[in-house]
Design a protein around this ligand. Sequence first.
Ligand SMILES: [Zn+2]
Length: 401
Amino acid sequence: MIKLFYICTVKKILFAVLLVSVFKSYSQSSDQIKLCFAMQGNSFSTDNMADQALNKILSVTGLSKRFVLAPCSEISNCLAISYKGIRYILFDKEFMKQISSSGSNWTNLSILAHEVGHHINGHTIDVVMYSDEVVDRPDLESFRKMELEADEFSGFVMAKLGASLEQATAAVMIMSNDDDDTYSTHPKRSKRIKSIKAGYANGSTQVIPKKYETVNKRVSVEQIFNMAENKKNQNDYVGAINAYSRAISMKPDYSYAYNNRGFLKYQLKDFRGAISDYSTVIKIDPTYPVPYYNRGLAKSKIKDFNGALIDYNNAIKLKPDYAIAYNNRGNVKFNLKNYRGAIMDYSYAIKFKSKGPSKIFTNRGVSKELIGDLKGACKDWSVAARLGNRNAQKWILEQCK
Ligand SMILES: [Zn+2]
């Protein structure tokens, strides 16, 4: 057994991705949001009252519910964010408790509508993208513009829901002032009231404005995939795995992301985790040979040689000149003491010009030795020796005449 050499090159499939080249610092607030998520884990209990209020808002816009309402006590009132590609409206439970299902509390309802407006207008870039410095944070002027757009949407919703203009503007009257807004993310009160009024006028007269129909997807799943690739190239495998997980949460049938995450788990010696990811790839697309090959390799690592054999068989069935798969299947057969089978597979690997020929000749030589064909073994080792294999050179001196 000690003479056997594995070729452990796992092929990786790559996807054409957008190039992300922006790296800038981010403010503290996204950290706080992340902390909030970290504290809560992934199970967000939805406040029923807030949920009803959200449904109400969406009902007048004709939009389907593409948001998750999540309680978060770390924030002062209400916040629209995107996380791992999912749009959330975070709310302080105490604050949102006041939103009654009967809709009598217009002030809070308008605040929630404002947050929905941020999502509708595509303002919410994934916080992960900020914190990973993949995308630029908008400048203050852009922030203020976004606030006005959200206010306009809020005014629109309020009108649709039958609020008076006074009720629609009440929240902004309480929460903002008319100080100079040059250094603020939020515009001054007079500008905000103007935007609410504009939205209110639309809501009173028109059908749903076209701009509310689609939610802008500024951060694509491909960008996150690309981010994962960058992390992998910087040898940050754990970070890359997390990024692939994000891509997967955005696109659950993203087979490339599963495959590459499996590859990284394999590198980190999490062979069972790798097997699980490759299995998902195979489930999504059973016609692609690489994941079978990759899974076979991971199964070999946990000494599931019979399982590995089946995977290599499938890989070779799908790609009959899959040279390195022949080599690895040869190794599996060797481990199962099927030396003749191994010799055949090594021969195919050589025929189809697999990588690492010196190791394959060496392995075939060892297999030949074990079936008593020392002459054949020496012949293979001499080829391997000429290709520079030190062990083969040594064995020739020791065993071959
Ligand atoms: Zn806002």
